[in-house]
Design a protein around this ligand. Structure first.
Ligand SMILES: NC(=O)c1ccc[n+]([C@@H]2O[C@H](COP(=O)([O-])OP(=O)(O)OC[C@H]3O[C@@H](n4cnc5c(N)ncnc54)[C@H](OP(=O)(O)O)[C@@H]3O)[C@@H](O)[C@H]2O)c1
Length: 261
């Protein structure tokens, strides 16, 4: 199977590192023109210089801060005044860790703005062109926590569930326009996010971050955490014509970690 995204334009959130960066690299590898989106401008410039660039491919970046919705809204609105997008990868920073009893209603509101509001707003803007061209791909980076809530991640467990049910509703509404909307349920992946969460968890438990990591790996049937590039392959497939009949799904990528059906 040959995956070609030639002539397609993709916007990838949180793509200066981690999962988002790996997705951006794979979409470019498959022929798409990619717009990166994150805070670290220097890092995005470096990645743009490294992305696969065949004839017709043009990459760019957008400096945004998802944690300030008002400022984000201005930047993204102005972006869509001059650009159209065929493939939207909704990926934002993960919310703070912590159990349900440690979080206030304000924390939940903040996580909602970060994980849900920015995603819905960006998608609405992207959909205008997708509906006109009768082709589009919306792919959400979500978490296995929507099926099996994770300990110490109450905010993520709660708000990500809203994102995937929204995506399911959206898939229904845009199916006849040739647009698919899918969510990827992320297991454990080797990124800075996991290192940071493990360090905090280790402090709390009085063990080393390495011990937290190895107990994490032990839980995964494949006995390892995922490589970001493995995530990129799945997203490139979902973004392609080959996945035209796949919509409204929640696809786990977790080395077999989820036990629920
Ligand atoms: N890694 C895992 O095992 C795992 C598991 C389940 C779910 N997830 C979720 O998957 C998503 C990606 O995680 P990751 O592991 O790739 O994280 P990561 O390595 O920490 O990367 C996060 C990306 O988001 C950007 N970002 C962070 N804060 C931002 C902000 N305020 N505004 C704009 N961009 C921001 C970062 O770039 P800048 O710093 O340049 O802004 C970076 O590009 C997160 O939502 C995470 O919760 C990850």
């Amino acid at each position: 199977m040959n995956i070609s995204l030639k002539g397609k334009k993709a916007l990838v959130g949180g793509s200066s590192k981690g999962i988002g960066e790996a997705i951006a690299r794979q979409l470019a590898e498959s022929g798409a023109s990619v717009t990166l989106m994150a805070r670290n401008e220097e890092r995005m410039k470096t990645i743009i210089g490294e992305l696969n660039t065949h004839e017709g491919q043009e990459h760019q970046y957008l400096v945004v801060d998802f944690s300030n919705f008002g400022a984000f809204k201005k930047v993204i609105t102005s972006f869509f005044e001059h650009n159209t997008i065929d493939i939207l990868v909704n990926n934002t920073q993960g919310p703070e860790g912590g159990g349900a009893l440690e979080k206030s209603v304000d924390d939940y509101q903040q996580a909602f703005d970060l994980l849900f509001k920015s995603v819905v707003y960006t998608t609405e803007l992207a959909l205008k062109h997708m509906q006109q061209s009768k082709w589009g791909r919306i792919i959400n980076v979500a978490s296995i926590s929507v099926k099996e809530p994770l300990s110490y991640l109450a905010l993520s467990n709660t708000i990500r569930a809203a994102v995937v049910t929204w995506a399911k509703s959206l898939a229904f509404d845009v199916a006849q326009d040739g647009i698919t909307a899918n969510s990827v349920l992320t297991g454990y992946f080797d990124t800075d996010r996991i290192t940071q969460l493990n360090t905090k968890k280790a402090e709390k438990m009085g063990v080393s971050p390495e011990e937290v990591l190895s107990s994490m790996e032990e839980k995964v049937p494949m006995k390892r955490i995922g490589k970001p590039e493995e995530y990129g392959y799945l997203v490139a497939f979902l973004a392609s014509d080959k996945a035209a009949y796949i919509t409204g799904t929640n696809i786990p990528i977790d080395g077999g970690l989820l036990k629920s059906m």
